[in-house]
Design a protein around this ligand. Structure first.
Ligand SMILES: NC(=O)c1ccc[n+]([C@@H]2O[C@H](COP(=O)([O-])OP(=O)(O)OC[C@H]3O[C@@H](n4cnc5c(N)ncnc54)[C@H](OP(=O)(O)O)[C@@H]3O)[C@@H](O)[C@H]2O)c1
Length: 324
């Protein structure tokens, strides 16, 4: 008998609606698959339909293998309830279209797992005018959260938002004048700092949201998955020193498989123990705390106002009112 996850899970049935952004590979893939294997209705919000379709096929094959192994806790049905919805986090228009599609098809949302991301990308700006990692990792997820929160508020008890952040926030800096890094050239733009910054902003958003959601059915938490062997290195494959860092970390047993990395996210999302937990930064499947900079309330407020400004064409007065 296989053991599956090594922690208890809340009951997961087809009426439990889950969104995993970037669910076609890596940490998001494993998270979507396991939550679906336990019985939930899962939407993977991805930029490529082809990659998502292949991922869903693979999830179903692996589900059959887990069943054959006798893994505990899996649902009785033979086919996973996983579906693709188009989302390109590098485009606010695509993000808005995803939100509209979701609202047309679904009336509830219980788990919003904000995982899609890119790391240490070279300096690049989106068509919306924002630094790429800022928009993909943070801004688009902020828009999704703002628009889907009202649905979550009406979806019954124990609804959770989990943001996949990173220990890269430990090397971040907070400077509103440099938030888009436009004063830098490609040569002196610090890819690590701007990746860390995007992950810092996610944590700051968690603190700001929890202040507003205090005493509601929706909690917000963050996770760091560890150093995980996924496709994340695609965006920094030209940086030799990071390749060496990954190789050395692997050599000394410091890396995780996608499943091991996903466990921290799955645990934060469905372990009943964390029903009312807020403001945690989970690492290695345990709640911990983020750094001092991320807890600075003055900076959190500055970032919140700035973000609302970035999204002024996308958020109505009513959306903003609902966020207060
Ligand atoms: N791996 C690590 O060591 C590590 C450490 C700390 C934090 N994290 C965080 O973990 C999260 C998941 O990363 P991973 O390691 O699983 O990497 P991954 O294997 O590269 O997966 C990233 C996912 O994000 C999606 N994505 C990228 N850009 C997107 C966009 N513009 N719109 C929509 N989706 C997009 C990717 O889709 P495509 O397949 O279409 O590109 C993919 O599904 C990220 O937020 C990352 O920052 C990872």
């Amino acid at each position: 008998m296989g053991s599956g996850l090594s922690f208890p899970t809340v009951p997961l049935t087809k009426d439990k609606v889950v969104v995993v952004t970037g669910g076609n590979t890596g940490i998001g893939y494993e998270t979507a698959k396991w939550i679906a294997m336990y019985g939930a209705h899962v939407i993977i919000a991805c930029r490529s339909e082809e990659r998502a379709t292949k991922a869903i096929e693979r999830m179903n094959q692996e589900f059959a293998e887990e069943k054959a192994r006798g893994t505990e806790g899996l649902m009785k049905e033979n086919s996973l309830d996983v579906h693709f919805m188009k989302l390109d986090c590098a485009s606010l228009k695509s993000t808005r279209e995803f939100i509209e599609t979701f609202k047309q098809k679904e009336s509830k949302l219980h788990l919003l797992l904000l995982n899609a991301g890119i790391a240490m990308h070279e300096q690049e700006y989106t068509d919306d005018g924002y630094e790429l990692m800022f928009q993909v990792n943070y801004l688009s997820h902020f828009l999704i959260t703002s628009k889907l929160l009202p649905i979550m508020r009406e979806s019954g008890e124990d609804c959770r938002i989990v943001l996949v952040s990173s220990d890269a926030h430990l090397v971040s800096s907070f400077d509103m004048d440099k938030i888009q890094g436009k004063q830098y050239t490609k040569a002196n733009f610090s890819r690590m700092t701007y990746y860390g910054n995007s992950k810092l902003y996610q944590i700051m958003q968690m603190y700001s949201l929890n202040k507003k959601l205090h005493n509601t059915n929706v909690t917000v938490n963050c996770i760091h998955p560890g150093i995980v062997e996924t496709e994340i290195s695609r965006s920094f494959s030209d940086l030799q020193r990071w390749k060496v860092f990954f190789r050395m970390t692997k050599l000394f047993g410091g890396t995780k498989t996608p499943f091991e990395g996903a466990k921290t996210l799955i645990n934060a999302a469905i372990n009943p123990k964390y029903k009312d937990l807020r403001n945690a930064y989970h690492t290695n499947c345990k709640p911990s705390t983020s750094n001092r900079l991320s807890r600075n309330e003055h900076y959190q407020d500055q970032l919140w106002e700035y973000t609302l400004g970035c999204l002024k064409e996308y958020l109505t007065e009513e959306d903003i009112q609902k966020l207060q």
